[in-house]
Design a protein around this ligand. Structure first.
Ligand code: SAH
Length: 253
């Protein structure tokens, strides 16, 4: 059962698109990371990569007076974000666009801040860093989250789960080294607290899975897939001390 199974993907997307966020994160963490970007201009030009349905995009719109370009490769998420922006009267200042962050056709040195929560791993940090470096003006900021190991010798279950998702976890120190070697000054990094995993992500995910179990009560395949998806929050409940999400804030030299 995996992302190669079309039924799995359909149910996974139905579930994820309905959640407040598609990965760990919180407004409090976004505020903390933003505070580290001390010398942003009053109206910063911001790029949000892998924005999903835009939880953090909306935080940035509230916390700054900037213009924001939010990009995601999944069209339905962009559609949902556009609707939210229209409802909140933000459509002029915040643009949502379908796009591939590995192939952005944007002018070089055109952003003061690049933001990305739980998304850069999709193309790999080693590919993402030079892309961000080129798009940032000198002195521009890069703030992103990435999954990292927190403890040696993770249980087999945890290792296999990440392997199956095709996610290779590094250590915060390794990511920090890549940042520094990539032409950035690392300003700080911090670990996302448990609340950032549960409040807007896993708690609504489990509630939604429960609702979908009723919706698909007579569909054995769907129920098996939902059980499979529900393993992720359960794994985190047991093994959160082995892996986490780290917020990195850096500045282009
Ligand atoms: N930042 C959001 C979404 C995180 S989930 C949040 O924290 O809630 C990761 C997102 O990256 C998904 O929405 C996925 O569609 C997007 N993504 C994956 N590969 C991408 C790519 N190559 N270019 C742009 N977005 C991508």
């Amino acid at each position: 059962m995996s992302e190669n199974n079309p039924r799995f993907m359909a149910l996974f997307l139905e579930l994820f698109e309905s959640l407040p966020r598609q990965g760990p994160g919180s407004r409090a963490c976004a505020e903390r990371a933003l505070r580290l970007c001390r010398e942003l201009p009053p109206v910063p030009r911001i790029l949000d990569l892998g924005c999903g349905t835009g939880a953090q995009t909306l935080c940035l719109a509230e916390l700054t007076a900037g213009s924001i370009l939010a990009i995601d490769s999944h069209a339905p998420s962009i559609e949902r974000l556009r609707q939210t922006l229209a409802e909140r009267g933000l459509s002029r200042r915040v643009k949502a666009q379908v796009g591939d962050m590995a192939q952005l056709e944007l002018p070089t040195a055109s952003f003061d801040l690049i933001w990305s929560e739980g998304a850069l791993y999709n193309i790999g940090i080693e590919i993402a860093l030079p892309i961000c470096l080129e798009l940032l003006r000198p002195g521009g900021y890069l703030a992103f989250t990435d999954a990292v190991w927190r403890r040696e010798n993770p249980p087999e279950e945890v290792r296999v789960a990440f392997e199956q998702e095709g996610v290779t976890l590094g250590w915060a120190a390794e990511v920090a080294a890549s940042i520094t070697q990539g032409g950035f000054e690392l300003l700080d990094h911090f670990t996302l607290p448990d609340a950032a995993w549960w409040d807007d992500f896993y708690t609504p995910m489990l509630a939604r899975i429960e609702a979908m179990r009723h919706q698909y009560a007579n569909d054995r395949e769907a129920l098996t897939i939902l059980d499979e998806i529900a393993k992720e929050p359960e794994m985190h409940r047991h093994y959160a001390n082995y892996y986490g999400y780290e917020f990195f804030v850096a500045r282009r030299r």
